[in-house]
Unconditional design. Structure first.
Length: 752
């Protein structure tokens, strides 16, 4: 028999060990992530007593896949829309935490006399809390849906994004360049460019694709498609210089805006759990007892720095972001560990040859210890706050909580600020889309045209065809860039307020038109030899034609509406299924009219009645807009719709009308049966005697069911089984019938 590969043996050993240890931890009511780390420590090559894993390289590869799927699940559960709704708060908290924790890392390194680059890289490592570990800890502790957990995940996602910028900055420092150079600025712009591009294109294309194939998708197909999209984005992310885990998170965020998000999350969960377990076991396998002994004091100092630093400065950072002291402490205490990005930064330092060899295993040991302590730190936050509240003066507690009053989202924006912000966002987004389209056309389509039309003379035709097609493709983006928001409420209000506003408003159109002309100029410059004046003239003419074209206007509006529909598809699905109130509810509130959803009880007296028969509108003055039944929504029901138990009625009315309707829904029920004991069904034998009134009558004429509320089960004819009684068979003397009914009804029948 062929020998099994080492990977299979190692995998079996890892999963069996993880299973045994996690069962013990489950019995002890401890988080499973700790059990995985302990299992990894047990099976690691550093443990001579137990059998060790052989193929470490393959295990680490599987662990990387685990990180990818964990962040994919994180993206499904926490989309970018939630971060954007939080405003500047997560940004303030993230920058504050990174600044203070980096500073602490540099100071601790200097205290131990480590080299300059060791200290700088150590600061970067301590600034990065682990998204994967905290997400898993929240999941294990059942805290993932709480508000403070959402705030923490927002900051962690921003940390992961800034970690990429930090790695570029550290590389620049290591090479002796100025960290404020154009390389770092280019990295920031690159991240922003691809983030916007991926999210906009992804939210436009992927929900549309899933909508088209919805009738063909089974759970198996949906799992394969979603994981395929996850891996594809991970590959694309690495191609442009980011991590695979970052790409997986982006794809999760895109799929989070689709109707299928919850189904995908449930389908992916077993896969995530399997590979996630391997990842956490692999983290435990990195612990070397020799390093723990040799660098015990630095490790202990770094652990205490992270725990105390994140608890203090993390809480302070969240308070600056607008959170109350209690919420800020829960957030800060949750982030007291380092994880996967710290390993990546340490690996970068080793690959550049600028940090000492001991620093990587030390950071791994610190990560494992702080990971082990993470669930306990999360649980410790509330008792720590209660203890602090008892010891601090009430005035100081109120002062600290008052920081939340300065939340940046609470300030009302001026019309100018709101209008310019919207215009800037639109211009940036459409510029990125236009740039991406031009890049795709010049990179892929133009070489094809040159192969089809070879030679210097025909080459010009290839350039012309490419240029015309490129302009046609980006025309809807350029039109939206120039014209969008020119008829918005803010624009109209500013135009009507004062004549002074007219020139600045027209200037905003001019600036955006110049940007659009520059795109046309760039295309002409790349594909032709015209003079600059001619190319500028062509650009102006093309932009004017784009703006006045009805066809391009329709395409631009259609694309935008489709994008917004995709972006809102999950919210629409929630509204259809009654999980979320419709958007028009806000307009009704000004008129003291509200929307409410009422559950029809299972024992309602309305069951089987039509809306016309119930006449609810005239009785209570309300309007029934929709009936939610199972997974279907029946909008604007007419009078012939029948009410069934378990229906949900979406109703519009005033507070008084809705209150009366609620009373009717809850009171007009059949109620409990006060004679429940009398409803017991019994089986009796009835013999047709000589004086029985049923002789010569068939089953229908006898009235056994209609008059006496009993049922004939069968006729006894001396056979093993009872014989079926035909409805037309006439009863005869001596027939033995078996009857089912309530005791009182049976007695009445037998005494007949």
């Amino acid at each position: 028999m062929a020998e099994l590969p080492h990977l299979i043996n190692d995998l079996a050993y890892i999963l069996i060990s993880a299973g045994i240890v996690t069962l013990i931890f489950k019995k002890l009511k401890q988080p499973l992530v700790l059990g995985y780390i302990v299992a990894g420590f047990v099976v690691s090559p550093h443990m001579p007593i137990t059998a060790s894993v052989v193929d470490m390289e393959s295990i680490h590869l599987w662990a990387d896949i685990g990180v990818m799927f964990l962040l994919f699940s994180l993206g499904l559960d926490f989309s970018f829309k939630k971060i954007l709704k939080m405003g500047a708060s997560p940004v303030i908290s993230t920058i504050t935490i990174i600044f203070f924790m980096s500073l602490l890392g540099v100071m601790i390194g200097q205290l131990f006399g480590w080299g300059k680059m060791d200290c700088i890289f150590l600061g970067g490592m301590l600034a990065m809390s682990s998204t994967t570990i905290i997400y898993k800890a929240f999941d294990d502790l059942g805290l993932r849906q709480q508000q403070f957990a959402g705030l923490v995940m927002s900051v962690l996602i921003l940390e992961d994004i800034l970690a990429i910028v930090m790695m570029v900055m550290l590389s620049a420092i290591a090479s002796g360049n100025n960290p404020d150079s154009g390389e770092m600025l280019g990295s920031i712009l690159k991240i922003g460019f691809f983030l916007v591009l991926w999210l906009v294109v992804g939210i436009f294309a992927i929900p549309q694709f899933l909508r088209k194939v919805r009738s063909l998708i089974t759970p198996e197909v949906l799992l394969v498609v979603s994981l395929g999209l996850c891996c594809a984005m991970a590959v694309f992310s690495t191609k442009v210089g980011f991590s695979s885990a970052f790409g997986a998170f982006i794809m999760g965020s895109i799929l989070a805006e689709t109707i299928e998000a919850e189904r995908i999350e449930k389908l992916v969960e077993p896969v995530k759990n399997l590979f996630g377990a391997i990842f956490f076991v692999s983290v435990g396998m990195l612990v070397d007892p020799k390093i723990l002994v040799e660098y015990a004091w630095p490790i202990l100092a770094l652990v205490m720095t992270i725990i105390i630093g994140q608890s203090v400065f993390g809480s302070f950072a969240f308070m600056l972001g607008g959170e109350s002291l209690k919420s800020a402490m829960r957030c800060g205490f949750s982030m007291a560990q380092i994880g996967e990005f710290s390993f990546i930064i340490a690996s970068l330092g080793l690959s550049l040859g600028v940090i000492s060899d001991f620093l990587y295993p030390v950071v791994v040991a610190v990560s494992v210890i702080t990971t082990f302590l993470t669930p306990y730190m999360i649980r410790l936050a509330t008792p720590a706050y209660n203890s602090l509240e008892r010891r601090l003066p009430n005035k100081l507690i109120k002062l600290l909580n008052h920081l939340s009053m300065s939340h940046p989202n609470s300030k009302e924006q001026s019309k100018w600020k709101k209008l310019l912000t919207q215009m800037t966002i639109n211009t940036v987004v459409y510029s990125i889309l236009s740039t991406a389209m031009i890049t795709v056309m010049f990179t892929f389509f133009l070489p094809i045209m040159h192969r089809i039309l070879p030679g210097q003379e025909l080459r010009w035709y290839g350039n012309a065809i490419t240029g015309i097609l490129t302009i046609i493709l980006i025309a809807p983006f350029l039109r939206a860039m120039v014209m969008k928001k020119n008829r918005s409420e803010e624009w109209k209000a500013l135009w009507a307020e004062s004549n002074v506003n007219h020139l600045p408003l027209l200037f905003t159109i001019f600036v955006r038109a110049v940007i659009a002309v520059n795109f046309i100029f760039y295309i002409c410059h790349r594909l032709s030899r015209f003079s600059s004046a001619v190319m500028i003239t062509i650009g102006i003419i093309v932009v004017i034609l784009i703006v006045v074209s009805r066809s391009i206007k329709q395409h631009s509006i259609l694309l935008e509406r489709l994008f917004i529909l995709n972006l809102r598809s999950r919210d629409i699905e929630a509204q259809v299924h009654g999980k979320k109130r419709p958007l028009y509810e806000g307009k009704l509130l000004d008129r003291d009219v509200h929307i409410a959803v009422f559950d029809i009880p299972m024992d309602t007296m309305w069951m089987g009645s039509t809306l016309k028969q119930l006449n609810l509108g005239k009785k209570y003055g309300i309007h029934i807009t929709s009936i939610l039944r199972a997974n279907h929504r029946l909008n604007i029901p007419d009078g012939d719709y029948i009410i069934f138990p378990g229906d949900k009625l979406e109703v519009i009315g005033s507070d008084e009308q809705l209150a009366k309707f609620r009373v009717a829904v809850e009171s007009e029920v059949i109620g409990d049966d006060l004679h429940l004991e009398d409803r017991e069904m019994k089986l009796r034998q009835m013999i047709i005697g000589v004086d029985s009134p049923f002789i010569g009558k068939n089953l229908i004429e006898s009235g056994i069911r209609d008059v006496y509320s009993c049922m004939v089960v069968g006729l006894e004819e001396g056979k093993e089984n009872l014989s079926h009684v035909s409805p037309l068979r006439k009863f005869q003397e001596g027939d033995i019938l078996w009857i089912v009914g309530e005791e009182e009804a049976l007695q009445a029948l037998l005494n007949a």
